[in-house]
Design a protein around this ligand. Structure first.
Ligand code: TYM
Length: 337
């Protein structure tokens, strides 16, 4: 069975982009693969967080996965900071990552602009911790939205560099790390801001252009109905010339599990207003029942704690195994037992 892993930061409320680009396709993989998902709390603290809010948001990400149908019996769900090997391997991998390649990371450049008063070392080294998250678990594929592709490519580079360093010239030496592939959903990999459809919909931008999964459904519908559209009147998928319409078609296709082409055919000859209303209804119909389950789960923290405890125990076993292997390769003396 293919091994799959991904993570979401518990910073801010998840957006429709997080749901369509990540949670929905990730949950759908649980029947065909060995899946592990985790809440990247150590990544979230690279930007200042309110402690009480961070704690609540950590439970909330877990509740979203479960509300969207993740089955904790089939899959593994845990909190990153509950598995110490992530930070430990992250440190070792820091010595295999170059300043120049981290400086080129788009997310680092964006966040340094937005948080110019706090460009901390953690923010800079963020992708190295992400590499550790993945490489601990012998992962084949990492389902993410398009914005994370660059980080997965860096993970591959670090894995290959490490493998080569410890196998070169040593006959029969086996590579330590499995080199993972990024896995992008066919639709919804880059949901755009409804008011600015050339920029990504981001959970850290609170405005009319972002839909939050926890938002009142009336407000969700209103935001979609007032999404920026383009000149012209035909509903067609043309990202360069009609980014607003293309974004709504993409959202609709992902919600309905159909191709963009099928979505486009459905709306041929329709006016923009009617099109936007249908998209709004479809999004609300999808999100409303999930919100109900989410709210129930958030009232059962002890249940969430139990699921996360079992998840961390499962993850710890595999993570420790890889960490010990890496330590031996590097020449660190293992603790005596
Ligand atoms: P994060 O928390 O920013 O986003 C979580 C997931 O949502 C996807 N996503 C989107 N997809 C489509 N359209 C959008 N507008 C959109 N916005 C966000 C992201 O691509 C992501 O899949 N660094 C990661 C968290 C992480 C991780 C990992 C992921 C930490 N360690 C290891 C994979 C493997 C992040 O900040 O995601």
């Amino acid at each position: 069975m293919k091994k799959i892993l991904s993570g979401i930061q518990p910073s801010g409320r998840p957006s429709l982009g997080n749901y369509l680009g990540a949670i929905k396709p990730q949950v759908s993989l649980q029947d065909e693969a060995d899946v592990t998902y985790f809440i990247a709390d150590l990544h979230a603290i690279t930007v200042r967080q309110d402690p009480a809010e961070l704690k609540k948001r950590t439970y909330a990400v877990a509740a979203w996965y479960l509300a969207c149908g993740l089955d904790p019996e089939k899959s593994t769900l845990f909190v990153q900071s509950h598995v110490p090997a992530h930070a430990q391997l992250g440190w070792i991998l820091n010595t295999f990552a170059q300043m120049g390649e981290l400086e080129r990371m788009t997310q680092f450049k964006d966040k340094s602009k937005r948080h110019s008063h706090n460009i901390n070392v953690g923010l800079f080294g963020y992708p190295v911790l992400q590499a550790a998250d993945i490489l601990l678990y012998n992962i084949d594929a990492v389902p993410v939205g398009e914005d994370q592709k660059q980080h997965i490519e860096l993970t591959r580079d670090i894995a290959i560099r490490f493998n080569n360093h410890y196998t070169q010239g040593k006959e029969g030496a086996k590579p330590i790390f499995v080199v993972p592939e990024p896995m992008l959903p066919k639709t919804g990999a880059r949901v755009k801001d409804l008011q600015n459809p050339t920029a990504k919909m981001s959970k850290s931008i609170d405005g009319k252009g972002t839909i939050f999964m926890e938002e009142d459904v009336k407000s969700i519908a209103k935001k979609i109905r007032s999404a920026v559209t383009d000149s012209g009147s035909t509903v067609e998928y043309d990202v360069a010339n009609k980014p607003g319409i293309a974004n709504l078609l993409e959202i609709y296709a992902t919600v309905q599990n159909i191709s963009i082409e099928a979505a486009q055919n459905e709306f041929s000859g329709q006016q923009y207003g009617a099109f936007k209303s249908t998209v709004a209804d479809a999004v609300v119909a999808e999100i409303e029942p999930i919100q109900k389950r989410f709210n129930e789960l958030m009232n059962h923290r002890a249940e969430l704690d139990k699921i996360l405890k079992v998840g961390a125990e499962k993850a710890n076993i595999q993570a420790e195994r890889t960490l010990q292997k890496v330590m031996r390769k590097v020449g660190l003396v293992p603790p005596a037992v």
